[in-house]
Structure formats: C-alpha cells, structure tokens
Design a binder for this molecule. Structure first.
Ligand SMILES: [Zn+2]
Length: 243
C-alpha cells in the first residue's frame, strides 16, 4: 500500500498535482480506477497490465515500485515490537521510500521535489537528534548545504552556468544532517566521482551531449544508500573513505 501511494507521489509531485485528490484515473480513457482494481500488485496481475476499460498498458514501473517497497519493508522489518525497534523501522523505511521516489522522479524530470526533501528532513529530526550529538548534525548540515552551494555559486559566477540544482543542494544539506560532517564529505566525493565516471562514459558513447543537463540526484542517492544501509560495503570498496 505504501508502494502504491509512492506511485501516486512519483507521478503527481513533479506535475504539481495533489497526492490526495482526485482519485486515480486511466490517463487514456479517463475512467475511474475502482478500489478493487487498485490492489497493489494483485490488480495488475488480474487486469493483465491493462486498463479495465480500454487497451491502455499500465507501465511496469507501477507493480515494480510496489514490489520494491514491499521488499524494503521486509528487509528493514523490526526485530521486535519494542518502541525503539518500531521507531528505527519508521526512520529507515521512510528514508528508503524517499530515496526511491527521488530517484525515479529525478531520472524522469531532473527534479528533486521540495516536498520530498521536507518529508525526509521531518522524519530524520527525531532519529538524528536522539542518536547523535549536536556537532554531528549541525556541522553536517552546514557543510552539506553551504559546501555545494558555495561551489555552485562560484561556478555560476565564473561560467554563468548553473552546476547543481537547488534540489541537489537541499538534499546534500539534509544528508549532512543525517550523516554528519565526515559522512557528508564522503557522500559529496563519492557522488561526484560516480557521477563524473558515468557522465564521461555516456558522453563517450554519445548517449549524452556534454552541454546537456543530467540528473545528479541518483548519484547522491546511490552514495547515501551505500552509507546508510550498507556501511560495511562502502568502507570495503572505497579506499578513500574517511572514518
Ligand atoms: Zn483506460
């Protein structure tokens, strides 16, 4: 169900539409999706991936997102029903969902919506403030926001081109709040490194014009996913990791 709601978020947020109303419609024949045609994954299978009313093909992204979110929930499942375990689950599950929505929206629209960033910040505040000292999150947020902001402003002054989008800078700031000063420095270096390598490959393969903008959010999210969910792996594969 969360995955199904996330599909609505991913479709409507970049189009500036409300995620609450109106109810879902088929984009081709505008027929209302009835509740029993809206059961995550199951309805997609019963409807054989098509609108019940016309021949519109429901994109594979919809059941895949639902399945992925179900998998997140399973992997992050609380070990018991203590308030501590439920609290941790709520935090990590929210982060995973926001990352997935950010990733899919940024790839399609080159946009990291403010509303998702605000939600990420709000769910992070109680977890981070309870788990880390003041200097961790304060310094992390300052470096995460003003570091990339300063570089982008300088780049704009020198070249007259916007390097990083506002959404990227805000996401760096929030991740700094979560990851702390060293964590966010690692994130900035890792995401820039992965982004440059992939960018150069895409330009060499003529899949991307060197002057065309491309989404940077996915690289920030990839690096942050490794740091938050797979900290052992990231230390193992990144020799420059600062501890
Ligand atoms: Zn239809």
């Amino acid at each position: 169900m969360v995955g199904s709601f996330l599909n609505v978020v991913i479709y409507r947020l970049p189009r500036n539409e409300s995620v609450i109303t109106p109810r879902s419609k088929c984009p081709q024949c505008s027929s209302m999706v009835k509740w029993y045609q809206n059961i995550p994954i199951i309805s997609f299978l019963i409807l054989k991936g098509k609108c019940a009313n016309c021949d519109f093909k429901i994109p594979w992204r919809y059941p895949l997102t639902e399945l992925t979110v179900a998998l997140f929930s399973l992997l992050l499942m609380p070990v018991d029903l203590s308030p501590q375990a439920l609290f941790n689950y709520a935090f990590f599950f929210s982060v995973a969902c926001v990352f997935l929505a950010h990733l899919l929206i940024d790839l399609e629209h080159q946009l990291l919506p403010d509303k998702l960033n605000i939600y990420l910040l709000l769910v992070s505040i109680p977890y981070v403030v309870l788990h880390f000292p003041l200097m961790h999150w304060l310094l992390g947020a300052l470096i995460g926001f003003f570091g990339p902001y300063g570089v982008t402003a300088l780049f704009y002054k020198l070249r007259g081109v916007v390097g990083l989008g506002g959404g990227d800078i805000k996401l760096f700031g929030i991740l700094g709040f979560i990851l702390g000063p060293l964590g966010i420095i690692n994130n900035i270096f890792m995401s820039c490194m992965i982004g440059s390598i992939i960018g150069v490959i895409l330009i060499a393969l003529k899949k991307l014009d060197r002057n065309a903008p491309f989404a940077f959010g996915p690289f920030i999210i990839l690096a942050a996913t490794l740091q938050i969910f797979f900290p052992d792996i990231v230390e193992l594969i990144n020799p420059l990791y600062i501890k």
